[in-house]
Design a protein around this ligand. Structure first.
Ligand code: HEC
Length: 204
């Protein structure tokens, strides 16, 4: 049995924690119902809130994408198809090498970043997951109802090869009526390398 003193200590601790919880809830409710948080797209989130969202986003995508099998990527026909899909659906918000996003892409918060380094920040399977499922409350649409699975992989292959693309490569591949000869060998190699890296990741 606890001594009276120990009981008093436990009781004080529990009451203090409860009190702190209730006060935090009240403050939270005042901030929420008072409408103090600025939800406009002309101001970014507070750094702390932004950090929490970004961390949550990273872990959520890592977790949900872990079982996706990455097919072979990098055939010139596939990259050309990816370029067409990108020009029709992605460039407005994300821009491309040497190409700015459109007005509405630049007026969003969070700003849809350039995808030139997306292949460095994300695994290939994660790029596929993001493209297919979108990101809630960020303006990144889910493409699974609008693009076939092979088109999603094509655009992922294209995005994964973006670090190897010059502005001229990008313009050449996304030009209407472009042919497979507009897909540089370095771009093909870059997409192949991303798929290979994904497979090596599977074995380790
Ligand atoms: C309506 C605007 C819009 C369109 C169109 C759009 N996206 Fe996005 N995308 C976003 C926003 C907003 C984010 C989230 C940015 C954030 O959270 O930092 C995002 C994030 C991403 C990311 C995560 C990259 C990162 O590191 O921020 C990838 C990959 C991506 N989009 C790929 C695509 C692809 C591929 C397409 C075309 C099939 C596409 N997006 C079309 C708005 C868009």
């Amino acid at each position: 049995m606890l001594s009276n003193r120990a009981r008093l200590i436990v009781k004080t601790m529990v009451l203090t924690l409860l009190g702190a919880g209730v006060s935090a809830a009240i403050v939270g409710l005042i901030v929420l119902r008072g409408g103090f948080y600025n939800i406009s797209a002309t101001e970014s989130h507070y750094p702390l809130i932004y950090t929490v969202f970004e961390e949550g986003l990273q872990y959520s995508i890592q977790n949900h994408a872990q079982d996706i099998e990455v097919p072979a990527l990098g055939a010139p026909e596939q990259l050309l198809r990816g370029a067409t899909v990108y020009a029709a659906n992605c460039v407005q918000c994300h821009g491309g090498p040497g190409t700015a996003p459109s007005k509405h892409g630049m007026s969003m918060q969070p700003v849809p970043g350039p995808l030139v380094d997306a292949d460095v920040n994300w695994e290939t399977r994660e790029l596929y997951w993001i493209t297919r499922h979108g990101i809630k409350m960020s303006g990144m649409p889910a493409w699974e109802y609008h693009l076939s699975d092979s088109d999603i992989w094509a655009v992922v292959a294209f995005v994964s090869a973006m670090p190897a693309m010059s502005p001229q490569d990008f313009r050449g591949m996304t030009a209407p009526g472009a042919g497979v000869q507009s897909v540089p060998a370095a771009v093909q190699e870059s997409a192949k390398e991303s798929a290979r890296a994904a497979h090596q990741g599977d074995q380790s």
